[in-house]
Write a protein that binds this ligand. Structure first.
Ligand code: ARG
Length: 272
């Protein structure tokens, strides 16, 4: 059965690893199996279209990371705040994403030039409380909090990321329906871990082990009770099963080479 969720994806036409801007990309330049990448992307697309609606943005030559639509910006209702990429390699994507939302009548705004902020890669709405979790430390800066709070209102809780391998919030943290939070604590500094523990009750925190975190199990797309990930251990599947979630695994090895997986390949558009 379909949920009311809507996701934006970008076909992997020009997907490749052609520069290095995160540790996962090391040793993977020009190592993508394009046929396999297309097949893996298509499998994710098919799973999502079974449970939700998927919209597409046209891929652009010269922007190999544009498949990672999570980084397009931040959506709330009909408002869209365009990402300001930290690295020049991805800044070419910004106008294409901005145009997609402008063409569909969204109220589009920009981040100030000196404020890097990588959209839903680093900003995730809680699924229980009225709260936005924002990460800084690698790609986005803390100053983004002020801008987001001023544009969108509401509570914005900042978390500091400290492990290079988990360079976006969505690589190590995932809010789930019912106010659950799936996360890998070691990716955060101690005060941020304390903040999570203070704001999310113990019964709602699902701690992910290192091997699952390294397989990007936190990089999960949730469509209702279905949680789609690259790969996860039996312990992870059981932990989620006990809370009523069903884990769907679909291999995304080619995208892992660029430092991304299921959730990075999608941007949720139905954010109330
Ligand atoms: N190669 C891309 C980058 O480093 C991967 C982005 C993954 N996206 C994400 N939301 N975590 O920017």
């Amino acid at each position: 059965m379909k949920t009311p969720h809507v996701f934006l994806m970008c076909p992997p036409e020009y997907f490749d690893v052609s520069y290095i801007i995160n540790p996962w990309m090391h040793g993977n330049v020009r190592k993508i199996d394009n046929a396999l990448a297309k097949q893996q992307w298509r499998a994710l697309y098919d799973i999502l279209t079974d449970h939700a609606n998927v919209r597409l943005v046209s891929p652009q030559p010269g922007s190999p990371d544009m498949v990672f639509t999570a980084n397009a910006g931040l959506v709330k209702g009909r408002r869209f705040l365009v990402t300001r990429f930290r690295y020049p390699e991805r800044q070419y994507e910004e106008p294409y994403f901005a145009d997609w939302f402008l063409d569909r009548g969204y109220d589009v705004s920009l981040m100030p030039r000196h404020v890097p902020f990588e959209g839903a890669g680093d900003a995730l709405f809680d699924r229980g409380a009225q709260r936005l979790w924002l990460a800084y430390g690698h790609r986005s800066v803390l100053a983004a909090r002020e801008v987001i709070a001023e544009r969108f209102g509401g509570e914005v809780v900042a978390l500091k990321l400290t492990d290079q391998r988990f360079y976006h919030l969505d690589t190590c943290f995932c809010p789930l329906d019912g106010g659950y939070v799936l996360y890998y604590p070691a990716a955060f500094d101690a005060p941020s871990r304390a903040t999570i523990e203070r704001l999310v009750p113990d019964s709602r925190r699902i701690v992910v082990a290192e091997d699952d975190a390294l397989a990007f199990a936190c990089n999960a797309v949730s469509a209702g009770k279905r949680i789609v990930v690259n790969r996860a251990s039996t312990a992870f599947v059981d932990a989620l099963g006990r809370r009523g979630f069903e884990v769907v695994q679909t291999p995304l090895s080619e995208f892992m080479k660029a430092g991304g997986s299921a959730k990075c390949l999608t941007l949720r558009l139905d954010e109330p």
